[in-house]
Design a protein around this ligand. Structure first.
Ligand SMILES: *Cc1c(COP(=O)(O)O)cnc(C)c1O
Length: 461
């Protein structure tokens, strides 16, 4: 399988090349050149398989020649061995026909671990074979950074720099990034928002001299291998509830559009997903876009679900590419307009998007009320991101089972949980001393030249 850029003007790459490259050289995102549906009898055979076996079945055709079957199986097994639940992504029932998919049993307690643990193993295997070193730079609204640091800490061939918005991540998220002691790990607090961090990251990728000099690689959700890892749990969850013989629906707390895009891919592979619902917090650009057909940036307003405080959802470009009939030039034009503030989606493209996605948003008050009511009616304590999903899902319940993705453990956001329902959400035992460990962080300006100078100086030659 080959990978093409959403802007139509970059070389076609193999899986391994696309994974190591991240952002395409024309500024676009890599997507598979075809996503063909799988055979129905193969999908019918999924119930009863382990998470790792389903992962292998999902990933194998996308990986192509890049890794042998044995290598890929070993990589998948290593990636999920550290998860604290035998099912990896267990389902719990929340109410009549409404289920929660718990994606927070990985090492940093958020769903990002599913992708990042896999990417860590894939990078290590690929770089060892090639005898190469790389510099990973990531921008995070909180959870990606900790998951990346956890996946890459101590690896010989990799230096990791994580940019997070200063003062805008939760204390647990910050400490997960600033307390690892390995010398290849660098937490950078940028003076700005997540969108600023992401913009500087894109600038670094577009500075080809710098990019080649430090062998820059990206692990943000723009990386196709991350999307691929996330496709797996849509299959395991749906097949537990009777798919493909019975359709299911999903609601996904959404920020950068990576997780829900994985659901869209699962549907293209033949999983009968009836509704795929985008749930946003008060930063509701995606919800408004579906309603109005206009994608218009505004200011990010910090919320109690900070991992979704985003105005520019990178992965949205991937679905736009399909909505525009895979016309890279059309996508490139729209992205130029976005840099100037926004664009209007063509009628054909907005019809496509409305045919594939439903949407809704939750205010801060609604998020808190949902945490409280779920605690009162089920005893489950949910994180604020999950609560946004549960609130929006409640507007889409019906005869089809609804699965809401529980994207983080409540202990990552204890202040919001306490405020909502008066409950302390303790960290699991292996993290209980997080607040006692010393922190190591560098504060950096929102300035490309300064960031590049710092990375040049700190990376190991
Ligand atoms: C990253 C994240 C999200 C948003 O996921 P996207 O793939 O960026 O849409 C939602 N909830 C939590 C807890 C996250 O860490």
């Amino acid at each position: 399988m080959r990978y093409v850029s959403t802007r139509g003007n970059a070389p076609k790459l193999s899986f391994e090349e696309a994974m190591l490259t991240g952002l395409a050289r024309d500024g676009g995102l890599y997507v598979p050149n075809v996503v063909a549906p799988r055979r129905q009898d193969e999908i019918e055979a999924l119930p009863g398989m382990s998470y790792e076996e389903v992962a292998y079945w999902v990933m194998r055709p996308f990986v192509g020649e890049s890794f042998s079957p044995e290598e890929l199986r070993a990589i998948i097994n290593r990636a999920y061995a550290g998860f604290a639940h035998a099912a990896r992504a267990p389902l719990v029932q929340l109410g009549p026909n409404h289920f929660l998919l718990e994606l927070f049993h990985g090492p940093t307690l958020a769903f990002k671990d599913f992708a990042m643990q896999l990417i860590g193993q894939l990078f290590q295997a690929a770089l060892a074979k090639r005898g190469e070193r790389i510099t990973i730079v990531g921008a995070t609204s909180g959870d990606t950074g900790s998951a990346a640091i956890e996946a890459f800490r101590g690896l010989d061939n990799v230096d990791v720099f994580i940019l997070y918005p200063h003062g805008r991540v939760s204390e647990v998220q910050r400490r997960q990034m600033t307390t690892p002691t390995e010398s290849n790990v660098h937490a950078l607090a940028i003076d700005g928002t997540f969108d600023d961090a992401q913009a500087r990251l894109k600038d670094m990728f577009n500075d080809f001299t710098f990019r080649d000099e430090v062998k820059l690689a990206g692990v943000n959700s723009i990386n196709w291998a991350r999307v691929l890892a996330q496709v797996v749990y849509y299959f395991t969850a749906a097949s537990s509830l009777g798919a493909p013989l019975r359709p299911v629906s999903f609601t996904v707390p959404t920020g950068n559009f990576g997780d829900i895009f994985a659901g869209y891919i699962a549907r293209q592979l033949g999983l009968p997903i009836e509704k795929l619902v985008i749930a946003t917090n008060q930063n509701d650009i995606l919800h408004r876009t579906l309603q109005t057909g206009a994608y218009t940036k505004s200011e990010v307003v910090p919320s109690i679900s900070p991992s979704m405080d985003i105005q520019v959802s990178s992965n949205f470009e991937r679905v736009l590419f399909d909505a525009y009939g895979r016309d890279g030039a059309a996508v490139a034009d729209q992205m130029d307009d976005l840099a100037r503030g926004g664009f209007t989606i063509s009628q054909g493209a907005i019809d496509y998007l409305r045919g594939h996605f439903a949407s809704g948003s939750a205010s801060e008050a609604e998020t808190l009320a949902t945490i409280r009511s779920i605690f009162e009616t089920t005893g489950e304590v949910i994180c604020p991101h999950t609560a946004v999903g549960v609130k929006v899902a409640s507007e889409h319940l019906g005869a089809t089972p609804m699965i809401t993705l529980a994207t983080a453990h409540p202990a990552k956001f204890p202040a919001a949980v306490k405020q909502a329902c008066g409950v302390d959400a303790p960290l699991p035992p292996h993290m209980a001393d997080l607040f006692d460990r010393p922190e190591r962080v560098t504060q950096v300006p929102n300035d490309l030249a300064a960031l590049e100078a710092l990375i040049r100086e700190r990376r190991r030659p």
